[in-house]
Design a protein around this ligand. Structure first.
Ligand code: HEM
Length: 141
């Protein structure tokens, strides 16, 4: 029915501006990680060459925002918590990562509604990735 087509909601992938916008977001994110003083410790946890990591994050975010499922095709189920287990993530690492991402979102995403929603969603995701129980207040949870 024509009406259904007209009402089909746009995915966040479309609203943000597709793959070119995600490229800009990820480039800005790693530029921030490379240059911000508050990101020095998490930058040191990454490989010297950020290019391979950049490409993987672009694929992941494209899929996460409702675009093509390229990440899964190339790397299997995301299992993000499992993939971050070797990396100690406490509140400081979470907040440094989010500072880089929030600044990248401010730079790249012009649509205020989407930008705020994405900040909230990244916050939840980064908090869920915390695995450094030494730095938790409620470590017996
Ligand atoms: C919303 C939060 C986050 C998202 C969406 C995210 C996403 C990702 C993805 C998709 C990968 C690649 C996984 C793969 O190999 O397929 C990755 C790797 C990695 N992440 Fe995260 N991550 C987040 C938070 C963090 C935080 C808080 C840290 C803190 C240090 C972190 C550090 C790393 C490191 C060190 C790698 C390995 C990269 C490399 O080997 O160069 N991530 N992350």
């Amino acid at each position: 029915m024509e009406l259904e087509v007209a009402q089909k909601p746009s995915s966040d992938f479309e609203v943000i501006g597709g793959a070119p916008a995600i490229d800009r977001l990820v480039e800005a994110f790693y530029r921030n990680m490379d240059s911000r003083a508050d990101a020095r410790d998490i930058r040191a946890m990454h490989a010297a060459d950020l290019e391979p990591t950049k490409n993987i994050l672009k694929l992941y975010l494209g899929e996460w925002l409702g675009g093509p499922a390229e990440y899964s095709k190339q790397r299997g189920h995301p299992r993000l918590r499992q993939r971050h287990m070797r990396i100690p993530i406490g509140p400081a690492e979470r907040d440094a990562w989010l500072a880089c991402m929030n600044a990248a979102l401010d730079e790249v995403v012009t649509e205020a509604n989407l930008r705020d929603r994405l900040k909230g969603a990244f916050h939840k995701l980064a908090d869920w990735l915390r695995n450094d129980l030494e730095n938790e207040h409620d470590k017996h949870r």
